[in-house]
Design a protein around this ligand. Structure first.
Ligand code: AMP
Ligand code: GLY
Length: 421
């Protein structure tokens, strides 16, 4: 099979890595890819949010199956256009992708599906939103309705912060994404992520994970795209998985199907767990980054078969071959991230780190230059390892980091602390 993966991050490097291990893969193209992906596959420089450009690439490369990594092409309707052209696609339609691209849409679906989630209200008027905040009091959560690159959520511990967030959002701080806001009840508890493959009818759990969103050790400092992750998430027990599946995921999929917009692809449910129950924080319509990297390391080549089965709507006929293992990924980022950072510093030592089914350095923001690898983004490398225990996986990942010579980079030394405590 000729396969095209869309995206350029560590997530897509791990998807490409798993796909290449599967004998069904005859040819793999990744667009646009990065320097790490270029070491294992052919990269094509196209605008992946332009459905016409993606379609032209699939024709030129006689592609059979397209796996869409990030949310932006999904929200832009790239999956719809490819399906209309008769291609096999892993990823939801534009309408189904609203589970991530519109917070108010997700709330509406949860209400119709009676899925447990935070109480909320939806506003298009700043003054009405502020009145509501004053009436509810803090802590309270203010969210820009649309896609805001992970920055559109303000968890306000006091009223003044919540009111200021309304001014920012209606003042255009998040562009069109902030012209509507959702205000939510603050939920306490421990967060974990639940990943499921969906084919419009069946939901197949493929793993759980927890990430570390804050930049600093001890979960301090500003939010990032994620500084590390591990799988499984011990807090998400089998009983909680079952409750989330029965009360949240399955009713959501049924409601999407009832509306004539069945959900296909991976559904990433962010859950808040308290007192033995899970409530939905949010949905994403793609794999998490860096959560995908730990899931791929654990699943290996079967990840491709499962995505293929999802695209062919035969998830009811497959099952996951589980191993009792653990995986962890530690993000190496450019100094200054998530604020201002320098690009172009050289990373050495990568070629001396053995890569196998138990350990892999996935590239996020890298570029090849003059025979070497340079940093070209904020999050740059995902040092990923597997082990019989989380401790073993973690020791292995930090040993790998020791061998990377990149003075301009930094990483958290405490990834996995919650699960190891
Ligand atoms: P989101 O972009 O929706 O994932 O939100 C980012 C983060 O904000 C989540 O991972 C949670 O840590 C936090 N958050 C979002 N909604 C709530 C809520 N209703 N209560 C508490 N924390 C929340
Ligand atoms: N790591 C969080 C996300 O991908 O949304």
């Amino acid at each position: 099979m000729n396969i095209l993966i869309l995206g350029s991050g560590g997530r897509e490097h791990s998807l490409a890595w798993a796909t290449l291990q599967n004998p069904k893969c005859d040819k793999l193209i990744v667009a646009p890819g990065n320097a790490g992906i270029a070491q294992i596959a052919t990269c094509a420089q196209i605008d992946i949010e332009n459905a016409g450009a993606v379609l032209a690439l699939t024709e030129a490369e006689t592609i059979d199956f397209v796996i869409i990594g990030p949310e932006a092409p999904l929200a832009a309707g790239v999956a719809d256009r490819l399906r209309d052209a008769g291609l096999l696609v892993f990823g939801p339609s534009k309408e189904a992708a609203r589970l991530e691209s519109s917070k108010s849409f997700t709330k509406e679906i949860c209400a119709a599906a009676q899925a447990p989630t935070a109480a909320y209200a939806h506003f298009t008027d700043a003054e009405k939103a502020k009145d509501y905040i004053r009436q509810q009091g803090a802590p309270i959560v203010v969210k820009a309705d649309g896609l805001a690159a992970g920055k559109g959520v303000i968890v306000a511990m006091d009223e003044a912060t919540a009111l200021a967030a309304i001014d920012d959002m209606f003042g255009g701080a998040f562009g069109a994404a902030g012209a509507e806001v959702v205000i939510e009840e603050f939920m306490e508890g421990e967060e974990a992520s639940f990943f499921l493959l969906c084919d419009g009818k069946t939901a197949l759990p493929i793993g759980t994970a927890q990430d570390h969103k804050r930049v600093g050790e001890g979960d301090t400092g500003p939010n990032t795209g994620g500084m590390g992750a591990y799988s499984p998430a011990p807090v998400l027990t089998k009983a909680l998985e079952k409750q989330a599946l029965e009360e949240i995921i399955e009713p959501t999929l049924a409601e999407m199907a009832r509306r004539g917009t069945p959900y296909h692809g991976v559904l990433y449910a962010g859950l808040m767990i308290k007192d033995g129950r899970a409530r939905l924080v949010e949905y994403n319509v793609r794999f998490g980054d860096p959560e995908c990297q730990v899931l791929m390391l654990r699943l290996g080549a079967q990840a491709f078969d499962l995505m293929h089965a999802a695209a062919e709507e035969r998830l009811d006929q497959v099952s996951v071959n589980w191993a009792e293992d653990h995986a962890i990924t530690v993000v190496m980022a450019a100094r200054g991230y998530p604020g201002e950072y320098q690009k172009g510093s050289e990373i050495k030592g990568l070629e001396d780190i053995p890569a196998d089914s138990g350990q892999m350095v996935f590239h996020a923001g890298t570029q090849a230059k003059a025979g070497g690898i340079i940093a070209s983004g904020g999050r740059v490398l995902n040092v990923t390892a597997r082990g019989a225990t989380l401790q073993e996986a973690r020791d292995r990942a930090y040993d790998m980091i020791e061998r990377i010579d990149w003075p301009e980079g930094f990483y958290r030394r405490d990834i996995g602390w919650r699960a190891l405590a």
